[in-house]
Design a protein around this ligand. Structure first.
Ligand SMILES: O=C(O)[C@@H](O)C(=O)CO
Ligand SMILES: [Mg+2]
Length: 262
């Protein structure tokens, strides 16, 4: 079975954030991720990870004013200076948390911004980040997020767009973040596209669809997809990034079932 991690921004939210680390470890997870670490001192987060024997598998670069609706600033030409400052802050956290990968949210494209300028800005920002990350042995990931349900207007909403950006960046340490939930909504054909994109994938996340809840709540055949991921040359983490239908413990049937296997 794949190496599963828990996303603490969506799982274990019955508990205050600091207590989610122990809850994830108690449930059997060895790795965790969450949207943003920046509200907490890096040393505090590192302590919670160490206390619970957990690996920090991923977090996001700052993504602008989330509460105000921003979903990344990397494609915005008037935010380049802020993006660059964010890269340095993310590197400090990655080092303190011993985290190997940081994801970049491309952002929503304002109507008045041309697609060409948004694309070029994103590529240049990612190249800037990738070059700095490289010196620290870090990998940058870029996620395609569905624009049909969750993020209308998100610039990078298909695997083809994400791969066009990654190819234009042209650096070894930028990889695709493949989220099964977003890809099911936008493209489907999950096993075939996982096979084709596997050489470029740095991180996988999942939720069922519709609803973005746990495996078994929707239309994705997770037994098949997880077995398929196992058959690929993919050594990265596979993170549960779903909203439990009721509570986290009840939602973990899929995970507990994987522990029964020989
Ligand atoms: O899929 C998602 O939504 C996340 O991976 C994320 O980081 C931004 O919301
Ligand atoms: Mg995701």
């Amino acid at each position: 079975m794949p190496r599963f991690a828990a996303n603490l921004s969506m799982l274990f939210t019955e508990l205050p954030f600091p207590e989610r680390f122990a809850a994830a470890a108690d449930a059997g997870f060895k790795g965790v991720e969450y949207l943003f670490p920046y509200d907490w001192p890096a040393q505090q987060l590192a302590q919670w990870l160490a206390d619970n024997g957990l690996t920090q598998v991923l977090f996001n670069l700052p993504a602008g004013d989330w509460q105000a609706g921003e979903r990344g600033i990397a494609c915005l030409p008037d935010r380049i200076a802020a993006f660059r400052e964010d890269v340095f802050m993310a590197m400090e956290y990655a080092q303190a948390l011993d985290c190997q990968q940081v994801n970049c949210l491309a952002g929503l494209k304002p109507d008045e911004l041309s697609s060409e300028v948004a694309f070029t800005t994103l590529v240049e920002n990612l190249r800037f980040a990738a070059d700095l990350f490289d010196a620290q042995g870090l990998t940058l990931t870029l996620e395609a997020i569905n624009s049909r349900v969750d993020m209308p207007g998100f610039l990078v909403d298909t695997s083809a767009t994400a791969m066009a950006v990654i190819e234009a960046v042209g650096r070894e340490n930028i990889r695709l973040q493949y989220d099964l939930y977003h890809m099911q909504i936008m493209e489907g054909d999950l096993c075939r596209s996982l096979s084709q994109l596997c050489p470029h994938i740095g991180h996988i996340q999942f939720a069922d669809n519709p609803g973005r809840n746990e495996p078994g709540s929707g239309e994705i055949h997770f037994d098949t997809v997880f077995a398929h991921i196992d058959s690929l040359d993919y050594a990265g983490w596979v993170s549960a990034e779903y909203r439990p239908l009721t509570d986290t413990a009840t939602s973990l049937g899929w995970f507990n079932a994987t522990k029964q296997e020989p």
